[in-house]
Structures are given as C-alpha cells and as structure tokens.
Design a protein around this ligand. Structure first.
Ligand SMILES: Nc1ncnc2c1ncn2[C@@H]1O[C@H](COP(=O)(O)OP(=O)(O)OP(=O)(O)O)[C@@H](O)[C@H]1O
Ligand SMILES: [Mg+2]
Length: 365
C-alpha cells in the first residue's frame, strides 16, 4: 500500500499542510524540534487511531486550537482508501473511511498497515513485560481486528474480576462465571499470540541470520504460565487456563488481583541461547529490533496480501552502514518514511528513488 497524500490541519506544530508522497522513499529532514516526528505521528494516527507517543489525544491538537484534522489518501491493491481523523479537545475523536463515519475507532484497523521503528523500540528488549505485551497486542490487532475486540473484552472482564477480588477479602465469593469468561477470552488471546510469535520467530530468525552474517541465531519464545500441548485447540487452552485460575484463587483473593493469565505473559528474546535483555550489547539489542521489524513487514505482507508502510523515526543514525544497507536493499517494495536531523545521512544512503522534505518550524520547504 502507498500513501499518496497527507493533509494535516492544526496538528501539533502544523497549521495547514498538504503533502504528496513518493511511492518509494520519503525523507523528512530538519533540525531538532521542527516537526519531523509529528508527521510520522499523523500517519500512524490514521493507521491505528492513536499516537505512538502519548495516550492523551489532546496533546496532538495545536495548543492554540480546539480541533485537529488529519487525512491520508491511500492507494491499495484493491482500490483507493481515504482516511480522515478529527480530534476535538474534550470531545474525543471521530474517524471516517471513504467518507463513512466509523462508530468505533477500532474499525479503523486494517485499512492502513504501518510498521514503526523508533529508538523507543529498544524498550521492547530493555523494558518490562508490559512493553512486550503491548508490542504483540498492537501488531496482532493491526492484522486481525478480531483480536483487538477480544482483548478489549478480556480487559473488561479482568477489571471486573479484580474489583470483586478486592471487595471480597472479607466475604465469600463465587468467581465461577468470571473465571469461565476470562478463560474463554484469554484462550483466544493466547491462541493469537502463540501463532503470532511462532510465525514472527521463523521470519525474524531468518532476517537476523542475514543481518548478522550468520553470526547470531535469534529465538523468540512466548512465555506463559498457561501451557498448551496443541495451540490450535482453543478448548485445551481454555481448560488449562481455567485450571490455573482455580488453583490460584487463594493467592488472588489474598492479593486482590488476578495473578494468572495472558495479562501476565511475556516474550523472551534469545541471541545464541542467551537472553538479549540481560546479555545483549546495545548494538545487538538494536539489531534484534531491526530483525523483528523486518519480520513484521513480511508477516503483514503474508497476511494482508500487500506490504505495509514503513515509518523510520531517527533510526538510521543508530545503525552501522552494513545494517543500513541491509535495511535499504530489503525494502525495495515498501513505501518508507524516514526522519533524520543529519543531512549527510541521506547522501550516504545513496538511494536515488526518493523525495526529500525539508522541515522547519512546522513549514515544509
Ligand atoms: N500540541 C502542539 N502544539 C504546538 N506545537 C507542538 C505541539 N506538540 C508538539 N509541538 C511542537 O512540535 C515540536 C516537536 O516536533 P517533533 O517531535 O516532530 O520534532 P522533530 O523534528 O522530530 O525533532 P527531533 O529531531 O528532536 O526528533 C516541538 O517544537 C514542540 O513544541
Ligand atoms: Mg523526532
């Protein structure tokens, strides 16, 4: 898929801009704090319905305004798609796809697929399990919209169960119905996540071997206390989760929260048999993220039938030239947006097929 145009009004430090993009490579160049990442954020918003930098939508509205508007025109294999988002201060957001209002922001998913790679992604390795769950949830939701809804249901049931556990410390409590519902939705989450990790593992391992010249083997493992023999059997996953919930009931009551289930799961990333989080060098950790991102691109291509759009925020400068070249040569069919503050990098990249946008104080030169 290709983003042909972007319109942005009162979004962050932009007043009103209209950009036409190159189908291959678009580079946003400028000093710090000029608005390069803001443009990636606007594109990301149209893909996922939220920012990758903040949970507060209001921050994206220009501080002097009450409303912001972002629109992208997409060219896809089976036709053109027009996505519009309006953010209103204190009134949430509205989205339209091909001029039809969406009733829920979740309906946006699956129209524009993006893969974002930013320095923040190192959290995926260095951060806590929550970061890695967020990664899985975001990526699976983009491909399977059903997952997004199941996850929403699961979290709702979980919150309810936790509230009951907190209130119930004094009296007797029957959790049977809640366990059943939590195990049902939880089983689907585990099912989707295990499948996702299985596939991303194969792809990322291949990418990682190529990027490191076969020096390193990457392995990605889904780490859950709900074990399953056959991940295609939802009834089996559900049964095992139900058992776990029943076994941990006393601990749960004591602690006033649910101590087992996919909301506690994690991913383990291993390089040559060692956990990258504890043993990986800075460069190795970055390379793992690169391999993961390249794998994600291929996974989306396989599932959706066309390549996603790639957003690279400030990452070129962090990769050595060998890795930069690998990235470039691997992405011939992927429309890519790059931000950089260093003009020399563009020359070094040596890509011919590109358009450069010079960005200064929310103006495009
Ligand atoms: N809601 C807003 N209203 C107005 N200006 C904003 C708003 N949010 C952010 N900005 C401005 O946008 C600028 C930052 O933009 P952005 O993050 O895109 O910079 P950048 O060009 O990517 O910089 P760097 O190279 O440092 O990453 C800052 O100057 C900030 O003050
Ligand atoms: Mg930036």
């Amino acid at each position: 898929m290709i983003i042909e145009e972007l319109r942005v009004i009162n979004f962050r430090n932009y007043k009103d801009i209209h950009l036409k993009f190159h189908p291959r490579l678009n580079i946003f160049v400028g000093n710090n704090a000029q608005g390069k990442t803001n443009l990636l954020e606007a594109i990301y918003l149209c893909a996922v319905g939220r920012s990758f930098r903040t949970n507060r939508d209001n921050e994206m509205i220009n501080i002097e305004k009450q409303q912001a508007y972002v629109r992208v025109k997409l060219k896809k294999k089976y036709g053109d798609v027009d996505i519009e988002i309006r953010l209103s201060s204190g009134h949430g957001k509205d989205a339209k796809v091909n001029n039809i209002c969406l009733t829920k922001i979740g309906e946006l998913l699956g129209n524009l697929n993006v893969v974002l790679f930013s320095p923040e992604d190192l959290k995926l390795i260095k951060g806590g399990p929550g970061e890695r769950r967020k990664f899985m949830d975001r990526e699976i939701s983009q491909i399977f919209t059903r997952y997004y809804y199941i996850l929403g249901q699961y979290n709702k049931i979980l919150r309810h169960r936790n509230r009951l556990l907190k209130d119930s410390r004094k009296r007797n409590l029957d959790l049977e119905v809640w366990n059943e519902q939590l195990a049902m939705t939880g089983a689907w989450i585990i099912f989707y996540r295990r499948n996702f990790i299985k596939r991303i593992n194969l792809l990322a391992r291949l990418m990682h071997r190529k990027v490191t010249g076969s020096a390193e083997t990457l392995e990605i493992i889904y780490d859950s206390d709900v074990e399953v023999e056959d991940n295609d059997r939802i009834d089996q996953i559900k049964g095992n989760m139900l058992k776990k919930l029943e076994n941990s009931i006393n601990t749960d009551k004591k602690r006033g929260l649910t101590t087992t289930g996919p909301h506690r799961d994690d991913i383990i990333l291993m390089i040559n048999g060692l956990n990258a989080k504890n043993y990986g060098s800075q460069g190795q950790q970055r390379t793992v993220v690169l391999s993961l991102k390249l794998a994600e691109i291929e996974l989306i291509k396989g599932e959706v039938g066309e390549y996603p759009v790639l957003l690279l925020d400030d990452v070129m400068s962090e990769l050595d030239s060998e890795r930069q070249n690998y990235l470039i040569s691997n992405l011939k069919n992927v429309q890519t947006f790059i931000t950089t503050a260093i003009t020399e990098h563009i020359k070094e990249m040596g890509w011919k097929d590109k358009v450069i946008f010079n960005i200064s104080k929310g103006q495009i030169g």
